[in-house]
Design a binder for this molecule. Structure first.
Ligand code: GTP
Ligand code: MG
Ligand code: ZN
Length: 308
């Protein structure tokens, strides 16, 4: 029996598709030993590097999963009212967060949650402002310009009008990335425009649903990118909420990158930047050096469903 190493492209209810280092695809299941040794949330996910034993019938068995260098995960409801970690991708080089400029309109609170999870997990985040054809470049810059000013990479695209596609291709080339964001933002349409051979299913955002989108993509899957540099990109199902997985309250403020220069200037070392006197961050918000919207996101996350 021969073994090989490979990359998990697809993981679905116990069945995995592995791109082996020998250049073929193998359908595999997990060995019982691996299931016992790892937490349920920690079983192989897309982006994991694994060792596969080749079985006589041409399928494989995953014998081990390599430790992850990075992850992008969220908090999901678990059994009996508990919470569990949902690792959306292992070892990503980039997380491309796609929001539409309209239909559905961008949700700044949700954008900030993606950015916070990216910062906490030390995964570079790219903001993709799609459907610029609906609002024009000026209005689009009004919506997403503030993120560029605080240092995030923003690409303006229209899958429909073919705008920004080469820029997006350049960002994905040679990397392992996922595209994520709300349903209906145009994630699958963008990837189809980038690489027509993918033929991903896309859906209409119906007016009846008030532009919310309807979850056309149902599972995450990594696809090999053609052309210069190669790489892999995963299309993923749209998400409504991004639960924060075990981000300590004391580390939240530092996950807002433009807050960092101000965090050492508070009177109290353990300042939560909410009610304490002589808070450097609140002073910066008052002076307009830090955006009130971002500070509002911080307070909501702090007051809401952090941690556990
Ligand atoms: N006007 C306009 N419509 C777009 C653009 N990109 C995508 N759409 C439309 O938006 C709708 C949703 O596109 P999808 O690609 O299915 O969206 P998605 O983000 O993959 O949605 P989920 O799979 O549900 O998460 C479709 O009707 C697309 O034709 C764009 O750049 N401009
Ligand atoms: Mg989709
Ligand atoms: Zn403070």
């Amino acid at each position: 029996m021969s073994t090989t190493k490979g990359l998990v492209l697809r993981a679905r209810s116990g069945f995995y598709t592995i791109a082996t280092d020998e250049g073929d695809l193998v359908e595999a299941r997990l060995r019982g030993k691996v299931k016992r040794e790892r937490q349920a949330s920690d079983l192989a996910v897309i982006g994991d590097r694994v060792t596969v034993e080749r079985l006589p019938d041409g399928t494989g068995a995953i014998a081990s999963v390599e430790p992850r260098e990075r992850r992008f995960s969220r908090r999901q409801p678990g059994p009996r009212g508990s919470w569990r970690e949902d690792v959306m991708v292992a070892n990503p080089d980039l997380v491309a967060v796609v929001f539409a400029c309209d239909r559905p309109p961008p949700n700044p609170r949700l954008i900030d949650r993606f950015l916070v999870v990216g910062e906490y997990n030390e995964v570079p985040t790219l903001l993709v402002a799609n459907k610029v054809d609906l609002v024009g470049t000026e209005a689009a810059a009004g919506l997403f310009g503030p993120y560029r000013r605080i240092g995030y990479d923003v690409v303006y695209t229209s899958a429909k009008a073919g705008i920004g596609i080469e820029e997006l291709r350049g960002r994905l080339a040679g990397r392992l990335s996922i595209v994520t964001g709300p349903s209906g933002a145009g994630k699958s349409t963008l990837l189809n425009t980038l690489q027509p051979g993918l033929q991903l299913v896309t859906g209409e955002v119906s007016e009846v649903e008030s532009g919310k989108g309807k979850h056309t993509t149902t599972h995450a899957e990594l696809h090999a990118l053609e052309g210069r540099g190669g790489g892999y990109v995963a299309d993923t199902p749209g998400i409504r909420e991004l639960g924060l997985w075990q981000i300590p309250a004391s580390e939240l403020a530092a996950c807002f990158r433009e807050f960092r220069p101000h965090l050492g200037t508070c009177a109290f070392n353990d300042c939560t930047h909410v009610h304490e006197p002589r808070c450097g961050l609140r002073t910066a918000v008052g002076a307009g050096a830090v955006g009130a919207d971002r500070y509002d996101s911080y307070r909501r996350m702090l007051a809401g469903d952090l941690g556990s």
